[in-house]
Design a protein around this ligand. Structure first.
Ligand code: HGY
Ligand code: MN
Ligand code: MN
Length: 416
């Protein structure tokens, strides 16, 4: 398909204003956002996105996982559309841009096509994938995982949050459960714009990350069971301390990840101790290990070593353990043609760019299994994300959206 002219650019002010408008919904306590999946705030953000899409002349579809598909017709409606989007749900202490930049960047592509009166051969569909974060309901990238056929819809409907609420019931409660069967849609190509969530692009002074790969991930939820007892009167040798077990496993995860530098990572971010009383030895702890690597062999090696280590720690402390894998995807290689469309766009637009491996998981990692997919990244300040202080510049947002614009339009085919 003919490449768009280098002067084809999005409307930077409109994109930035839309991001700031969305950020008012589900505000955090420190300048970021708390718009967790299928909460009332998520519902409010969806309504705003829907209003904007309809104002841009798009037709909204909604599937049984609540994923939103806003369609701009192509000159040949029978062709599979080019999809472009990300997610509007946030972490409990999330930033204004994680996911939002990709959804509103996709909407900006359509708004700009409308302004310029440009028609494309393939339809274009702007997408908001439900529950990308996996913070309230595991796993991450839940709806895109069901769409790609790697997660079971009936199963994830039953997943519960820390208050015991079920995902499927909460989706229904906020009124965003659609009737469209998940995964039936045919996708010509999928593009996702996302902040890097790491320091590389900013440190190197580069505008655009051309994402060639995504690292693999495993989430292991561990339950340790010891015995509640008095912290004062129970002799040390007689304790079965699940809290101590969790502490030792957290240290073990860090040490194992450090054995596979520079790329592997590992941490425990979610942790609960019961009964969580100052003077009771924790009888039970529940926590989630998050390990990642660009290499499948390393990911599997870390997994195996961690499981062995947990067995050894628990034997020494006379506590029981259960390990449940609650999230997993292997390292991802994105589609070469889609990656080239992004690299060529950055080149044509005069933006500095470099290949990059995504450290974070994204909906694109799953959609890559069912359609040609690629991502474009922009820098973020200090590489910080999953923190309310997450920041990007308007220029970075615009550069990323310009590249997204070119890649989407070139793939959808401009009709002269
Ligand atoms: O966990 C992740 O990588 C993504 O932010 N959900
Ligand atoms: Mn994200
Ligand atoms: Mn995120």
């Amino acid at each position: 398909m003919a490449a768009p002219g280098e002067n084809l650019r999005i409307n930077s002010d409109r994109l930035w204003d839309s991001i700031m408008e969305m950020a008012k919904i589900g505000p955090g306590i420190a300048g970021g956002n708390n718009r967790q999946t299928v909460t009332d705030e998520d519902g409010e953000g969806r309504h705003l996105f829907k209003r904007w899409c309809e104002a841009a002349g798009l037709e909204m579809g909604l599937d049984e996982m609540g994923t939103m598909f806003a369609r701009r017709e192509g000159t040949d409606p029978s062709l599979p559309p080019v999809y472009v989007g990300s997610h509007l749900d946030t972490q409990p202490t999330g930033g204004k841009y994680d996911g939002v930049l990709g959804v509103l960047g996709g909407l900006e592509v359509v708004r700009s096509l409308n302004d310029l009166g440009i028609k494309t051969k393939h339809p274009i569909v702007v997408t908001n994938w439900t529950n990308e974060e996996g913070a309230r309901f595991a796993p991450a990238m839940m709806a895109s995982g069901v769409f790609a056929g790697v997660l079971d819809q009936a199963d994830v409907y039953q997943h519960v949050d820390k208050d015991g609420k079920k995902f499927g019931e909460e989706l229904e409660r906020i009124g965003w459960k659609g009737t469209e069967k998940v995964g039936d849609r045919k996708i010509h190509a999928f593009f996702e714009l996302h902040i890097e969530q790491g320091p590389i692009l900013e440190d190197e002074g580069i505008d655009i990350g051309v994402v060639t790969h995504g690292q693999g991930l495993k989430w292991l939820q561990v339950t340790l069971t010891g015995k509640e007892a008095h912290t004062g009167s129970t002799p040390m040798p007689k304790r079965r301390n699940a809290g101590l077990g969790m502490a030792r496993v957290i240290e073990l995860v860090h040490e194992i990840a450090m054995d596979y530098q520079p790329d592997a990572v590992g941490a425990v971010g979610h942790m609960q101790a019961y009964p969580n009383s100052r003077n009771i030895i924790a009888g039970r702890t529940v926590f989630t290990i998050d390990i990642r690597s660009p290499e499948k062999e390393v990911l599997d090696a870390m997994d195996g070593r961690i499981r062995e280590g947990i067995a050894t720690i628990c034997e020494a402390l006379d506590i029981k353990y259960e390990i449940e894998q609650v999230g997993h995807f292997d390292p991802v290689t994105f589609d070469k043609n889609c990656v080239k469309a992004i690299r060529d766009a950055a080149e044509r637009l005069g933006y500095s760019h470099r290949n990059i491996v995504s450290g974070a998981g994204h909906d694109a990692c799953w959609i890559n299994r069912v359609a040609p997919t690629a991502m474009v990244m922009c820098p973020c300040v200090d590489g910080l994300s999953h923190n309310e202080a997450e920041e990007i510049t308007k220029e970075w947002a615009s550069a990323g959206a310009d590249v997204l614009f070119h890649a989407v339009v070139e793939t959808a085919g401009i009709v002269e």
